[in-house]
Design a protein around this ligand. Structure first.
Ligand code: GCU
Length: 672
């Protein structure tokens, strides 16, 4: 069943007509000649002569006419960025190139909407906007063919894929175009269109699927977005009929070179490959006794003549661990595998590293790999799809989490955002063919925030939320808009902390239902091969990852963090159980004991949902006008499910630790 017919009912997310209306009302001239010209024109009115235009959109060195405005000369336009020039006569958006100009146009729409929200007026003058990261990319874990276990979209909580249906690339890519437009407005500039777990059907995108890949790339290009493919390392065997995929075999290298030539013949601006190798069953160079540098460089060699990039994932660990073996620590794996290879990767390889050492848990320390490879281009990967953060049924605004990662001074001085600036920022997309794009309508804010923080990690999560509100509810009367703003901040600013509050405590992670990863199961992974243990016994809980007595993981950090995490006295509370096994009576920096913290914070976080629900309820009179009725219905349904699930989390976790420890909850609240 294709859902192409649902397009007409798709929610406009952060680009409703009203967000562009103030710009569309201006006589405008679009002086672009590249692939994004049509998109810019479609969002503005018909072109008028430049001299008559109040709004001009142009690219440096693009189609003529800008020089006549007297704004071009002397302006320093950063690569991939844009300059906004506001004079008393007109506003000029000048992009470094065609795609940057389109992004600049949406930036102007955003500034206009934010001004309406905050009651401010943008000052005349010149402002320069440069992306902090050159690579701002989304990975889609979409399967072409529905996977028997993982479905159409692996870890997808928003329906089917916008790219694929019925085992094929969709014929109607209207929805992809709408998505690309939304992404352009956030600053995202690259998309990998298929799952990192490359199954048989998806592997063929690289060969006989190329005409379809080219169709998708054509649509994305119209919004300044480059297309990447996830490929199987075994492709020479699977697709080429070779006896091996060994990186040292010249036939293998020749196969890749020819395959890549064909890709660029179909998609001249193709971005490159994403590769998950030797990870969770995916093929890789280990089978041939080769290193990950050998593997990555093989593909890099094929891509180099065309300017393409390999995003090689560092998510490599033993997923067949024996839970009895307390010396093997999954957290160590990426650093153990990759840090020794620093300096061996080709220049067009980017090592894509998950933000934490485990797997997108609600709280993890920042991965030490991000600071361990100064001679390697490194990118940080976050998960927008809420696999471990509420699956788009719980409200969990993730910008505060990503912001804390990007700003973290991992090498003691420089923030992660600058450590990865030669690589980039990658997010696993949360989008599907759901009418609200993201299942939970308010989870749209996460997708929006991802692009904005990848562009500028210094933005505050609350300001980014304001932007999203201003655009999404653009055109609402100012009093109503102010109420929506207040309600959504009440609901969302602290939602990540709340989610953490009722789920796994103090950085220990997991405790989720195996397989689905939704809902509580404190011991769900405790005796499994996945390496995700909490080691709770009658006396205490946590994983000893110290150098002195544990797995040594803390020693993978540079100073000051190695010492901070090593010492139970200086390890921050929120990561205590990630680094230390402590007795239940251990007193936290907050002054409470570990077990009492577990009891209290689960209950407090659920109690705080009253305020979340009340805030949404306070907007009831706006439903049908400012708040679309179907959106209200969906949000209410999700809030009800969030409460049900949060209560389950609270009761299971609290009860588990009461039964395990026998320590009475001093608050006297109910356990079972
Ligand atoms: C998690 C997730 C998998 C995914 C993997 C990855 O383990 O559960 O579905 O394939 O991450 O990032 O590759």
């Amino acid at each position: 069943m294709t859902t192409d017919t649902a397009v007409a009912t798709v929610h406009p997310a952060w680009l409703p007509d009203a967000a562009l209306a103030p710009l569309r009302a201006l006589p405008s001239a679009v002086l672009l000649s590249g692939p994004c010209a049509a998109a810019a024109r479609a969002d503005l009115g018909p072109d008028v002569p430049v001299a008559d235009a109040d709004l001009v959109v142009a690219a440096a060195g693009g189609a003529g006419g800008v020089a006549d405005l007297g704004v071009d000369g002397g302006l320093d336009i950063p690569a991939g960025g844009h300059v906004l020039v506001r004079t008393p006569d007109r506003t000029v958006v000048l992009g470094a190139d065609d795609a940057s100009a389109l992004r600049g146009l949406y930036a102007l729409a955003r500034e206009t909407a934010v001004a309406a929200l905050t009651g401010s007026t943008p000052a005349p003058g010149v402002t320069t906007h440069a992306p902090e990261q050159p690579l701002r990319m989304l990975d889609h874990w979409d399967n072409v063919a529905v996977h028997p276990v993982m479905g159409q979209v692996e870890r997808g909580y928003s329906g089917g894929s916008i790219f694929y249906a019925d085992g094929e690339v969709r014929t109607d890519l209207t929805r992809v175009a709408a998505y690309a437009r939304l992404l352009a407005a956030t600053g995202v500039e690259a998309v990998a269109i298929n799952n990192v777990n490359v199954h048989a059907r998806e592997a063929r995108l690289l060969t006989d699927g190329l005409p379809d890949v080219a169709r998708i790339a054509d649509v994305l290009r119209g919004y300044g977005i480059r297309t990447f493919l996830s490929v199987s390392f075994a492709s020479p065997r699977l697709l080429g009929g070779l006896p091996t995929a060994d990186p040292a075999d010249p036939d293998v290298a020749a196969w890749w070179a020819a395959a890549v030539d064909r890709v660029y013949a179909a998609v001249p601006d193709f971005g490159g490959f994403v590769v998950k190798a030797d990870s969770e069953g995916q093929p890789g160079p280990f089978a041939y006794g080769r290193s990950h540098a050998d593997g990555a460089n093989l593909l890099a060699g094929a891509l180099r003549p065309h300017g393409g990039t390999v995003l090689w994932r560092a998510f490599v660990y033993d997923h067949r661990q024996d839970w009895r073996d307390r010396r093997t620590d999954r957290a160590r794996a990426a650093h153990d595998h990759f840090a020794p290879l620093d300096g061996e990767f080709a220049e067009n390889v980017v090592l894509q590293v998950k933000h934490g050492p485990m797997d997108f848990q609600v709280r993890e320390p920042v991965s030490p790999v991000l600071a361990a490879m100064p001679r390697t281009r490194v990118a940080v990967e976050v998960q927008i799809t809420q696999e471990y953060t509420g699956q788009q049924r719980h409200l969990c605004y993730l910008a505060p989490s990503w912001s804390s990662v990007l700003r973290f001074p991992l090498d003691g001085t420089r923030p992660v955002a600058s450590l990865v600036a030669r690589g980039g920022v990658v997010g696993v997309s949360s989008v599907g063919d759901d009418p609200f794009w993201t299942g939970h309508p308010l989870a749209q804010a996460n997708l929006y925030a991802f692009g904005r923080l990848a562009w500028d990690s210094t933005l505050s999560p609350a300001d980014v939320l304001d932007e999203w509100i201003a655009l999404t509810f653009a055109g609402a009367p100012s009093a109503a808009l102010a109420r929506v703003r207040a309600a959504l901040h009440t609901m969302m600013d602290g939602s990540w902390a709340r989610y953490e509050g009722y789920t796994a405590p103090l950085g220990v992670g997991f405790m989720v239902t195996p397989g689905t990863h939704g809902g509580p199961s404190v011991d769900g992974y405790e005796y499994s091969p996945w390496g995700t243990y909490h080691f709770a016994d009658r006396d205490g809980i946590g994983v000893d990852r110290t150098v002195a007595t544990g797995t040594g993981y803390a020693g993978q950090y540079p100073e000051p963090w190695a010492s901070v995490y090593e010492d139970v006295a200086t390890c921050p509370d929120e990561l205590l159980l990630f680094f230390h096994h402590v007795p239940y009576g251990h007193v936290l920096a907050s002054g409470t004991t570990v077990v009492q913290h577990i009891y209290d914070s689960r209950a407090d976080a659920v109690a705080a949902l009253d305020g979340v629900e009340a805030a949404w309820e306070s907007l009831a009179d706006l439903v049908g006008t400012v708040v679309p009725a179907d959106l209200d219905t969906r949000v209410r349904e999700r809030l009800a499910e969030q409460r049900r699930s949060a209560v389950e989390w609270r009761d299971q976790v609290r009860t588990y630790f009461w039964r395990k420890s026998g320590v009475v909850d001093a608050s006297g609240r109910e356990v079972f």
